[in-house]
Design a protein around this ligand. Structure first.
Ligand SMILES: Nc1ncnc2c1ncn2[C@@H]1O[C@H](COP(=O)(O)OP(=O)(O)OP(=O)(O)O)[C@@H](O)[C@H]1O
Length: 750
């Protein structure tokens, strides 16, 4: 069946731009003779060198749809020589309405940010007062030097002043022109200039003469009527003022009270030059073709720096620039700690937000931490100051209802950050702290006096004790689930711990904060790794709603050292420098590297600076608070005093120790012991029921999975075993264990 041929169709997206029906390539787009015939119509084709729409010669392009096409332009010649109208394929240009344009627009702040932010206003006011006080004190101290210096300079200044007045009165500036006329023997011009000069001198001498008379009269009157002491004072003051005012510019009487570092203004030309020097192929090609780097908003001051919003040329992404932060800082002639390129994927992948600070963020003085003040207390349900952003403003975190992961390469500030978060927790007197320093250097020791559980090091005994404590914690989590479940909806509508519930002593739902530095030591432990992982995954998933906050820090953020069950469930994420995109996404969440949130861009010198994700919608660059061990001890001492006041010193802080022996479990021996005479195989479900009867405090609530995890280190794995249901008497194949396999494992281990 013959269908009516379409007069024109566009080249399919996946076809070569100039492919013709028979593989021929058109080299002369204007020549209809060489055009390919398709279904009886002549299909205009593009020159074979064209790769993009821009490269197609003007005459080959069809006018934008929406514009009226001239029939001569759109006609092609069909096989019979008849002109056939061509059909436009581009969408019609739709002019958005005023409403559509403005409803998507971002409103600019009505007043400057520092006027609406009380904190910023106070900080500016404080700065002005401090500046004025310093300047006053600086100059006041130097008055005894300034006065003699000015007096010494006064004669010279007087001479220079007299000479200047003389030159002005006698119109010295016209002298070269008059002399020139004289040298040229141009008598006419010379006489005119002389006349003009005499007139000027006459006009100017009058006020000078008046000033001299007034001066002499003043001197005479003072000499006659004013006491000599005042005359001398006046004379000295006048000479000081003249000496001060008339001092040479390069030798002022007063020095500068402050040395301001003037950072150059950030201009679009500077940014363009810098971006073009990065060696990004796509960017340089676009510039060579005359495309521009666009600035959708004016470059403006933003905090202590400049902010530029940049639309990169087509095909260039913000990530391309972020990956070259070091080169960019060199190209902008700024320290690397001043240059902060970020993507704004909410607009598009090519939007770059470049913030260039006046000072290196890692070296700029951080504002004093409000929580370091004596007497500071914290409510973990409320946001607390965690660090400062590039503009020096505080960034808060709310620790309640989150699990936290901190990751970075060694020596970037993980421990300092973890210690800071634990200090925040310690300052809430209700909070129960579990502090574990698996690096073993004692970085968390300042928090020991406030900790219910404290562990340091990775010796087998230390790890075992920590495991016992973590098992207890899991039991506590189970208890909490039951408490929450039992509460009426009117008291606990969201099935999670609320500030009111946490305050009730009878429920024992106070926040519990677990901080683990170098957590990979737990998860990679050959004997207890699986159990630690199981407990921590459970805590990361269910803990937040139950008031249990797990904070893990690791220097090796990979699947082994930070199990995916935890990394996928963490809510608050802080990533200092990492080496690759895998670690980046492991800590900050999948897809963050692609979105331009790249902790790989941090330099070695960016200690304590990282991306914070999970507080608010956007990722923020934040510098945590660095408190050394001495300061941390002071803060912890204050926190302990407040805990003592409410009677919340428990566990390690109260000198209690964990009975590891009593808590030591031997799941293999216990499993063997629940086999009754004549039973060779038992289902896992039957074993865990019997284990719960054997030691309810240890095995109560165990599932078949818990049993599998506990037996894993012995090498015994669950298999399908035939057994009989004691209730129904029916036999079936289910997951379970054979006595022989358990005995063999016991003998191997013995
Ligand atoms: N917020 C910060 N501000 C300034 N300097 C910091 C900050 N945080 C950390 N540092 C500096 O970085 C150093 C290393 O910090 P820290 O011990 O926390 O690193 P780490 O990543 O835990 O190292 P490791 O992997 O060896 O455990 C600190 O001694 C301190 O000098």
């Amino acid at each position: 069946m013959n269908s009516t041929p379409e007069p024109f169709e566009n080249t399919p997206a996946d076809a070569p731009v100039n492919a013709t029906g028979d593989g021929a390539v058109n080299t002369d787009p204007a020549a209809t003779e060489t055009a390919t015939t398709r279904a009886g119509n002549v299909v205009p084709i593009r020159p074979d060198t064209a790769r993009t729409a821009d490269e197609i010669p003007e005459q080959d392009r069809f006018a934008d749809a929406g514009t009226v096409l001239d029939s001569a332009d759109v006609e092609a010649v069909d096989a019979s020589g008849q002109a056939a109208p061509l059909k436009p394929v581009d969408p019609a240009t739709v002019k958005p309405s005023w409403w559509e344009t403005v409803s998507d627009a971002t409103a600019r702040p009505l007043v400057a940010k520092w006027l609406t932010s009380a904190e910023e206003f106070r900080s500016r006011a404080r700065f002005l007062v401090r500046y004025a006080a310093h300047t006053f004190a600086f100059h006041a101290l130097r008055v005894p030097v300034y006065v003699p210096t000015a007096l010494l300079r006064a004669p010279g200044a007087l001479c220079r002043l007299t000479a200047r007045v003389g030159r002005w009165m006698y119109d010295a500036e016209s002298k070269p022109v008059r002399m020139n006329a004289r040298d040229r023997n141009d008598a006419d011009t010379y006489m005119k200039l002389r006349e003009a000069r005499n007139e000027t001198v006459r006009r100017r001498s009058a006020p000078v003469m008046v000033a001299i008379v007034v001066l002499l009269a003043t001197v005479y009157l003072c000499w006659t009527f004013v006491a000599p002491v005042w005359n001398w004072t006046l004379l000295l003051a006048t000479l000081t003022a003249v000496g001060w005012w008339g001092a040479p510019q390069d030798k002022p009487v007063a020095g500068r009270a402050v040395d301001a570092v003037k950072t150059p203004k950030l201009t679009s030309a500077m940014i363009e030059d810098a971006l073009c020097s990065l060696g990004i192929g796509g960017l340089n090609q676009a510039i060579a073709k005359g495309k521009r780097i666009e600035f959708p908003n004016p470059i403006a001051r933003d905090g202590d720096g400049w902010r530029a919003d940049i639309d990169l040329p087509l095909g260039v992404t913000a990530g391309d620039i972020i990956a070259k932060r070091q080169e960019l800082s060199s190209a902008l002639r700024r320290q690397i700690g001043c240059v902060w390129p970020e993507g704004d994927a909410k607009v598009h992948e090519g939007r770059l937000v470049l913030w260039v600070g006046d000072r290196d963020m890692s070296k700029a003085k951080q504002k004093p931490w409000p929580l370091a003040k004596p007497g500071a207390t914290v409510d973990l349900f409320k946001p607390q100051p965690f660090g400062t952003d590039q503009r020096g403003r505080w960034v808060d975190v709310t620790l309640m209802f989150v699990s936290v992961i901190i990751g970075a390469v060694p020596r970037m500030g993980k421990t300092v950050t973890l210690r800071e978060l634990m200090m925040i927790a310690a300052l809430d007197p209700r909070a129960v702290l579990y502090s574990y320093d698996l690096k073993g250097t004692g970085d968390l020791s300042p928090l020991a006096p406030c900790s219910h559980a404290y562990g340091v090091g990775d010796e087998p005994d230390d790890v075992e004790r920590m495991l016992v404590e973590m098992r207890e914690l899991r039991e506590e989590m189970r208890r909490r689930t039951k408490v929450i479940r039992a509460l009426p909806e009117s008291v606990c509508p969201d099935n999670k711990v609320t500030p009111e519930l946490a305050a009730r002593k009878d429920l024992r739902l106070a926040p519990i904060v677990v901080g683990v530095d170098e957590c990979q030591v737990w998860f990679e432990h050959d004997k207890h790794g699986a159990e630690f992982e199981e407990i921590c995954v459970d805590l990361a998933k269910r803990g937040p709603a139950l008031g249990i906050i797990l904070i893990l820090a690791t220097q090796r953020p990979d699947a082994k050292s930070l199990p995916t069950g935890i990394s996928a469930n963490a809510i608050l994420r802080y990533c200092l420098k990492v080496q690759g995109h895998t670690e980046n996404d492991m800590v900050l969440g999948t897809g963050q590297h692609k979105n331009g949130v790249r902790a790989t861009m941090f330099a070695r010198s960016d200690r304590g600076i990282g991306y914070l994700v999970g507080e608010g919608d956007d990722a923020k660059i934040v510098r945590s608070v660095y408190k050394d061990a001495t300061d941390a001890k002071k803060i912890a001492a204050g926190a302990r005093a407040r805990r003592e006041a409410i009677g919340n010193i428990t566990g390690y802080a109260a000198g209690e120790s964990v009975d590891v022996e009593a808590a030591r479990l031997d799941p293999l021996a216990d499993t063997l012991s629940v086999f009754e005479r004549g039973e060779d195989k038992l289902w896992s479900d039957t074993i865990v029921t019997r284990l719960a009867d054997l030691r309810p405090s240890q095995y109560g609530g165990w599932t078949a999975q818990n049993l599998a995890t506990a037996l894993k280190p012995t090498g015994v794995k669950p298999k399908q075993v035939w057994s009989t249901d004691p209730a129904t008497g029916k036999g079936a194949n289910r997951n379970g264990y054979a006595r022989d396999a358990l005995i063999a494992a016991k003998n191997d281990g013995a």
